[in-house]
Design a protein around this ligand. Structure first.
Ligand code: URA
Ligand code: CA
Length: 435
């Protein structure tokens, strides 16, 4: 087999065999196939697409490029959840303790923020003392003991994805449905869960801007998971506006704790019920989505879900005082409001723009090795469709300096537009795909 022939076959719209795909991915990981050939290959896939069989072969080749985590020592059906990436999207921190409180083990490996989107690990690290790197033995022991652990994915999981993702990021080949599906599912298959619930985002703040693309991506990932004998479900949810109010690491943790305490019942909580109910059913704790929803509401009302987060924080070295009173978490010292310039209805709270505003104040990374300012970000005070009066605050921004605050304000203000006529808010969930 010759690499140029494989690239040419894909460029001309042919279907690659599993052997050809494994040859390419093995060569890339061993260093025999250079970046320029992989870049050309990604661009060929971007334009020609891949068949489901090719995408499945690519996923398996990437999953097998490194360590396969064995969670069989954990009792019960291990359920995992993955979001394709959003803004103000702190579902994992809310959902994982809720599901674990129903008795379904949650053994979760999470990532860091990417582009304009936030990541669970960065959020967890805003709790003083919290450790997100556990050994595999510690991870398994903790899940068996308290039913929950959220840790960083080790370097050895799907190394092919790390190489390919870095290349795609700089060659304008991220937004390819088969490449995204293989990237996400290779990591999920390598990290050992028996059942996976996917939260596929669509809208301006998502990688997939329109619903039909999100549906295609969700369907493909569900099919790949089923081929690999995983129980699968997917929820296609809105990312035109941020999911929660907070955008930025500490601000999102505060909101997550308040949501688990039952103080917040907005879109974030509703989506956690939607995703969580599927995890609870797949994990075998309830037999219907309706019963699972009731159960999840109960574990929030009784305080069991918040207690589960507290137990996890303690187990991973974090200071539980910040869970008992999340307002103690330090936020950036300089703050200012954005106000509505006119009276009317909120027409947009653009998620991508708010994500970028938070990034511009230091909430995210431009490069993998950059450090993040955990304390900066913003809180949106309105949602699409809300009535507003002229001069009413619509967002509050937090930054570590006045110049960063000014920068953030100028970006974030553009996220908000208004209409004189009433506006219909977008739905939270567009569609679900069940196993
Ligand atoms: N998230 C991933 O892990 N990979 C992609 O390609 C896109 C989003
Ligand atoms: Ca316990």
């Amino acid at each position: 087999m010759r690499v140029p022939d494989i690239i040419m076959k894909k460029r001309d719209g042919g279907e690659l065999s599993p052997e050809e795909i494994f040859f390419l991915i093995d060569g890339m990981v061993s260093g025999d196939v250079p970046d320029y050939q992989m870049s050309a290959f990604c661009m060929a896939v971007y334009f020609q697409g891949m068949t489901p069989a090719e995408t499945a072969a690519l996923t398996l080749a990437m999953a097998r490029s490194g360590e396969i985590v064995d969670l069989s020592a954990i009792r019960g059906t291990k359920v995992d959840k993955h979001s394709t990436g959003g803004v103000g999207d702190t579902t994992t921190l809310v959902l994982a303790p809720m599901v674990a409180a129903t008795g379904v083990p949650v053994a979760k490996m999470s990532g860091r923020g990417l582009g304009h989107t936030g990541g669970t690990l960065d959020k967890l690290e805003s709790i003083p003392g919290m450790r997100v790197s556990l050994s595999e033995e510690e991870f398994i022991e903790q899940v068996n003991r308290i039913g929950i652990a959220i840790v960083g994915q080790t370097e050895d999981v799907a190394p092919a994805d790390k190489i390919l993702y870095a290349l795609r990021d700089v060659t304008a080949t991220v937004e390819s449905i088969p490449l995204i599906a293989a990237s996400i599912m290779s990591k999920k298959l390598a990290t050992g869960a028996d059942a996976i619930v996917l939260d596929v985002k669509t809208g301006t703040g998502a990688f997939m801007h329109d619903l039909s693309q999100a549906e295609a991506l969700a369907g493909l990932m569900v099919d790949i998971g089923r081929m690999a004998r995983r129980k699968m479900a997917a929820v296609i949810s809105d990312m035109n506006q941020p999911l929660g109010h907070g955008v930025g690491n500490t601000l999102e943790v505060i909101e997550a704790v308040q949501t688990l305490a039952g103080e917040e019942r907005g879109r974030l909580f509703d989506l956690c019920l939607e995703l969580g109910a599927r995890m609870v059913v797949m994990g075998g704790a309830e037999s219907s989505i309706e019963a699972a929803r009731v159960r999840l509401n109960d574990v929030v009302d009784s305080g069991a879900a918040l207690e589960k987060l507290r137990e996890m924080v303690v187990a991973q070295g974090g200071d539980p005082a910040y869970i008992d009173d999340p307002r103690r978490l330090p936020v950036a010292p300089y703050s200012e409001y954005i106000t509505a310039p006119c009276s009317g209805y909120v027409a947009s709270v653009d998620a991508m723009t708010l994500g970028r505003a938070a990034m511009s104040m230091g909430a995210g990374r431009a490069r993998k090795e950059d450090s993040v300012d955990l304390e900066c970000g913003l809180v949106t005070l309105v949602s699409i469709g809300d009535p507003v009066e002229q001069g009413q605050p619509v967002a509050k921004l937090y930054a570590s300096s006045t110049s960063l605050l000014t920068e953030g304000l100028s970006v974030a203000a553009k996220a908000y537009t208004y209409s004189a006529e009433p506006i219909e808010p977008p739905p939270l969930v567009y569609r679900t795909i069940e196993s």
